[in-house]
Design a protein. Sequence first.
Lengths: 149, 160
Amino acid sequence: MIPATDFIPAYTELLKALARRGGREAVHDFWNGLATSLLERLPDVVAEQGVRGCWLYWNHSLGQGAEALEGALLEETPASAEFSILVRNCPHKGVGNGLRAVERSGDYCSHCDVLYVRVLRPMGYDCTVDTNHCDEGYCILHAKRRTAG
Amino acid sequence: MAGTVLMETAEPNTLSSAEGVHKDFHAALSAGIEYLDQHYGEDAVREFLRDFAKSYYAPLNRSLRHRGLSALRDHIGEAYSREGAEVVFRGNDDELRVEVPACPAVAHIRHAGYPVARLFRETLGSVYAAVCDGTPFAFELLEYDDATGRSIMRFHRRPQ
């Protein structure tokens, strides 16, 4: 068993293996499948709790690395229903910077854009993922519920 | 910003496992193994896991060379303990048998209703073979039950 706590480096190595064999197309194809199968709880939580559901979901997803969670914030304005998550200490970058180094995957930082946006957009959310600061170990995902009309 | 609620991470995490370990990661890894298997074959799965083990578990490989089988015993014991599972160790300085009554990763994946990859057993077979590379020890996966992840592993000193 690869412990759940060792998932980030294993996942990183997986993305590299996929990219070596099938390029970015394979990585994105894998993510699309993952969005359908493993993120099935995300629509439920978001449908039930709106942007708060987003926060709960990412709290869970990032729960492995408390250092990452320190930066996870929800900004909820009932009128606009906006959610943003700032990952300050990305576990992937932490792994890359750590003693037990696994060479980083160039595609890793795109996974939120593919996985989560694919789920949230059909639910009425406009989403953006700012990955301009990945090298500094942080990124921002922003979701805003579209208003009717 | 008026009306804005800022929630720090102290908020109770209603979706996390009781142990505080994000066990859905097991399902994601299983999905990755299955994807590699279906699209690129068994060798791709084994190569991925070997590459992972050789880089990420390099310190364990070094520790195995310097400390012997106690390094593996500590690593495996802690890994399973963190996920709420007990394992049984038997052996001596030259041989270590590890009996895992049920794999917590497989249990979680099945409980959550996700599929377990056909080659999920390679998370033991390929990983620990790579961990033993270049050490005086070899690895055998003596038994593995795909349904539960129950396994018996054997690490033993290679013949001189």
